[in-house]
Design a binder for this molecule. Structure first.
Ligand code: ADP
Ligand code: MG
Length: 443
């Protein structure tokens, strides 16, 4: 005779698809000694399966118990052996498909071919491309600036990879490395070797030059290196998080040198560009994601494209570990924590400000009684986000947005949900907005 717990799983088999059953439900064992009439305890082989069963099947399991015993228990999915789970997980996660460049080596995957061009980075891309075709001639130096993770290092190394393949001498360095090298050669009395190295290359790539700020001795040395290279028509490419003018604690003569070539900025990518970058990264890392998942990932990443690789390897590792395909539900589940972290501290005020800014209206208009269609649209979105992202109740929101009562809020929620279901662009827009709100959250 099967235990009640087992009978319930057998009954569940008839209600869910075979693959889900084999992958998740079959892995569970009923813990008879821990279970009570109002508590059903199952053990899963690892946290992922446990999590998955909890979110996807716990309600169904409870319901089946109720049918059989007339009592609807709390269903608890615990992990068999915590120890074996953690090792399995960390192993899977550490098998990251790509590695960051180390030392002065170039990352071979940072190529023009692998760089997705959009409005946000078009200018810098073309500049870098031109430089790679005519190094030392067109723009010297090329100064690329922009926020973290927007592709500055990728672009500068793309030029490096082109020239490297032509047998040219390329040096890629950070301010810190340059400084360490300088100090070492100075104390070893081998400054001529230092000069040989940095002044005789064909291409010098200096990443994150903002760190030169307030380091006077190295600024002096860098100034001479710079002039020596440029006098020989050797190409210099510099990146920074801000334009030359805005780098504090930097000698004026360096600022003007940096501005003497071409200064190109990179802006945060638009949604379409993010999507293309994700596709590219999938291709490079051989990760298979369908369109829906790609769109979802695009909406949850911030402007920092660096997050993409982390997310892909996480999805990939989890899916390999569990032997399942990466469906949209799976992705949402795996990335839920990531989103949850971002989503604490969200207030209705913050939502209103973000929506107003995004839709180019005033926050006060959202709360006004205006029937202007733009404003109604913005108001609906703000209400939807406030209801989804904050703990406010419908009556509270009705009051906040100056609506008659909670039924007006509920009506709005239904409208937006319907739109999201039928219009994928709209759904993505909403997800992107809710992500923006999450990012805008103060500490
Ligand atoms: P930054 O130096 O500006 O902080 P990186 O060059 O290190 O940014 O880029 C972060 C990650 O995002 C890298 O993996 C890079 O390949 C990727 N990336 C950024 N922009 C693009 C793009 N336009 N196309 C393809 N990959 C990109
Ligand atoms: Mg960088």
């Amino acid at each position: 005779m099967n235990s009640i717990g087992k009978q319930v799983l057998n009954a569940l088999k008839g209600e869910i698809n075979e693959i889900d059953y084999q992958r998740y439900i079959k892995q569970l064992t009923y813990d008879e000694s821990e279970s009570k009439s109002n508590l059903a305890v199952y053990r899963a082989p690892n946290a992922l399966i446990a999590n998955w069963v909890r979110t996807k099947f716990a309600d169904k399991i409870a319901h089946l118990f109720e049918i059989k015993t007339n009592i609807k228990p709390t269903v608890s999915i615990l992990i068999q052996s915590a120890q074996s789970t953690t090792t399995a997980q960390s192993q899977a996660i550490s098998s990251t498909p790509t590695e960051r460049p180390s030392g002065s080596l170039l990352n071979p995957s940072y190529t023009f071919q692998n760089f997705v061009v959009g409005d946000s980075n078009n200018f810098a891309f073309i500049a870098a491309k031109n430089v790679s075709e005519k190094p030392g001639v067109v723009y010297n130096p090329l100064f690329i600036y922009g926020g973290v993770g927007l592709g500055k290092t990728h672009l500068m190394q793309s030029v490096g990879n082109v020239m490297l393949s032509q047998g040219k001498t390329v040096i890629y360095t950070s301010v810190e490395q340059f400084l360490n090298d300088f100090t070492r050669h100075l104390s070893n009395r081998t400054m001529d070797r230092f000069k040989d190295k940095y002044r005789k290359c064909d291409l010098l790539l200096i990443d994150d030059i903002q760190f030169l700020s307030n380091k006077n001795q190295i600024q002096e040395e860098f100034f001479h290196t710079f002039d020596a290279l440029r006098n020989e028509n050797k190409q210099i490419i510099i990146t920074s998080d801000k334009p030359p003018k805005k780098i504090g604690g930097l000698e004026e003569r360096l600022k003007s040198r940096f501005e003497s070539g071409l200064v190109a900025d990179i802006q945060p990518p638009e949604l379409e560009t993010k999507i293309e970058i994700i596709k590219k990264k999938c291709e490079i890392n051989r990760v298979k994601l369908d369109r829906e998942v790609i769109n979802y990932v695009a909406t949850i990443i911030e402007n920092n494209t660096r997050e993409i690789e982390g997310i892909l390897s996480k999805l990939n590792a989890y899916s390999q570990l569990m032997g399942v395909d990466i469906t949209i539900e799976f992705a949402r589940n795996v990335l839920k924590e990531q989103m949850a972290e971002k989503r604490s501290n969200i207030t209705t005020d913050l939502i209103m400000d973000t929506v107003a800014k995004e839709l180019n209206i005033k926050p006060s208009e959202i709360r006004s009684k205006s029937r202007n269609s733009n404003i109604v649209y913005a108001r609906r979105i703000a209400i939807y986000l406030a209801r989804s992202l904050t703990p406010n109740s419908m009556p509270q929101l009705a009051q906040y947005f100056g609506m008659k009562d909670h039924t007006a809020v509920s009506h709005t929620m239904k409208k937006i949900q319907e739109l999201m279901k039928n219009d994928e662009d709209f759904r993505m827009k909403i997800e992107e907005l809710s992500n923006k709100v999450s990012i805008a959250t103060p500490e």
